[in-house]
Design a binder for this molecule. Sequence first.
Ligand code: HEM
Length: 180
Amino acid sequence: MSVRPIRRTGRPGGAQATPYTRWGGAAFFEALVDRFYRGVEADGRLRPMYPADLAESKAHLALFLGQYWGGPADYNARRGAPRLRMRHVPFAIGPPEAAAWMEHMTAAVRESGLTPGDQEELLEYLAMAARSLVNTVPSRRVAGSPGDAEDRPHRLLELGVVEPGPGPEHGGGVGADRDP
Ligand code: HEM
């Protein structure tokens, strides 16, 4: 699938309408991000990574997603090129953090009122993007040590955060230097 932003010009209801226009424009992405952050706020795995005041974090994510799905280039105007890999480097994002992020995003998308087909399209992109932002390798389970590491891959598979088979580090998937 393409990882480039959708750049068609939108005509509401027409054949050229972008997802941004069809889904309800800025208001759709703001509401989606509000629901997502409600999940993040209550999540001890993710909340400590974010600033105390989430207003700017919400605005940036909503603008980015709107721009990606064919809306105005307001994210770029405000923040410059997305460079999401670079912007996430300060945060230790392993598969568990990506799974937690996707958990809240999946709940937010499921409540969005989009058609099942559009939900899948949006979630497929978000899962791909979340996988591409993993920047921390989980520590390996030492034989005989306690921990639930052995259970994790199954849970991540269920959540769609990891896929069976070789990951990007084995030559597949999204390039490490590319923006989601
Ligand atoms: C994989 C799990 C992820 C984690 C743990 C995570 C965490 C974070 C954190 C802690 C911030 C900083 C918030 C702030 O300073 O206001 C941030 C910013 C951001 N994230 Fe993520 N993120 C994840 C995935 C994603 C994905 C998949 C996308 C896009 C589809 C995304 C898009 C953004 C954007 C646009 C920003 C704002 C960047 C800026 O302009 O400063 N993130 N993320």
